[in-house]
Design a protein around this ligand. Structure first.
Ligand code: PDD
Length: 287
């Protein structure tokens, strides 16, 4: 099945789809995005993603390109037209096309682009089975990381450093050594009592939808959740560590900066939360 992209009301061949060169998303990174998982042909946690999208749009004073009621219908149509049963939906809204001037244009219609692609579920399962490596580096981002903006250059650079070091993720650090989050995931550790610790929501991290669900799932499973900052030194000495994101769900961390976490294998708490999240997302048992 050939891929199809949604661009401002039209379904176009993916390899032919394009936007105007003066789109503000392209020129200023003046836009926001969402990534949703598709499991069994259905979008996971749509309501939470729409809520966050609304928050991001409001923070940047970008109007909804279509109504909040219609958008999920279009999202499902993009998934359907691409024949995706297991994979991802990407959605981006920019402020629109206008002559290049920094301040908001008087009149610009927001640009809405959506794509979907299949991702083999085995890729995620492999992350849980083997665990992932993390490297740490300074957080050089701005002070509104809670907005899911397409301005991802620091994240891109961090992820590249991780890749060059043979790691899956980069954990970004404040000058005092506390971990903010991963380049594309939220960061967690497990203490000696088996409680899970993750940084509280604020302007310095993205409020992950997976993070939100995992907080609930952990509490339902009688696992204590402590929302407080933790340092990279604490993480290296932790019993377990893991990351959460739409792409990885819950992935155990087995190594940070070359230091083995726990016994160097995926931890029991992370594996349990991964299984609970998979069930929540609708992944069939044993898949
Ligand atoms: N990244 N923190 C950052 C900086 C992120 O970019 C992401 C998601 C998360 C986790 O959020 P969620 O659980 O809602 O996916 C945390 C997406 C997947 C991406 O950019 O591809």
């Amino acid at each position: 099945m050939s891929r199809v992209a949604y661009v401002d009301g039209r379904y176009l061949r993916h390899d032919k789809a394009s936007i105007h060169i003066e789109d503000r998303g392209y020129q200023f990174a003046d836009g926001v995005y969402e990534v949703l998982a598709v499991v069994g042909g259905a979008l996971v946690d749509v309501a939470d993603h729409l809520k966050r999208l609304d928050r991001s749009l409001a923070a940047l004073a970008i109007a909804w390109p279509v109504s909040e009621r219609v958008l999920p219908l279009l999202m499902r149509e993009v998934v359907r037209r691409n024949g995706v049963t297991e994979g991802m939906l990407y959605l981006q809204i920019s402020r629109g096309v206008a002559r290049r001037e920094h301040a908001f244009p008087a009149r610009a219609a927001p640009t809405l682009v959506m794509t979907a692609r299949a991702v083999p579920p085995a890729r995620r399962a492999a992350l849980v089975a083997t665990g992932v490596k993390v490297v740490s580096l300074p957080d050089i981002r701005w002070s509104r990381c809670d907005i899911k903006s397409v301005a991802l250059l620091p994240n891109v650079l961090a992820k590249q450093k991780a890749k060059e070091a043979g790691a899956y993720e980069a954990w970004m650090l404040e000058p005092n050594g506390t971990v903010t989050e991963g380049a594309s995931s939220n960061a967690w550790i497990v203490d000696a009592q088996g409680s899970v610790i993750t940084r509280p929501l604020g302007n310095d991290i993205l409020g992950g939808v997976t993070r939100l669900r995992v907080v609930d799932l952990a509490r339902e499973a009688q696992i204590k959740v402590i929302e407080r900052p933790f340092t990279i030194a604490e993480a290296k000495a932790a019993r377990e560590a893991f990351v959460t994101s739409t792409t990885a769900f819950v992935a155990p961390v087995v190594e940070i900066d070359g230091v083995a976490i726990g016994d160097g294998r995926p931890g029991a708490v992370a594996r349990k939360l991964a299984a609970l999240y998979e069930r929540h997302a609708g992944v069939p048992l044993g898949a």
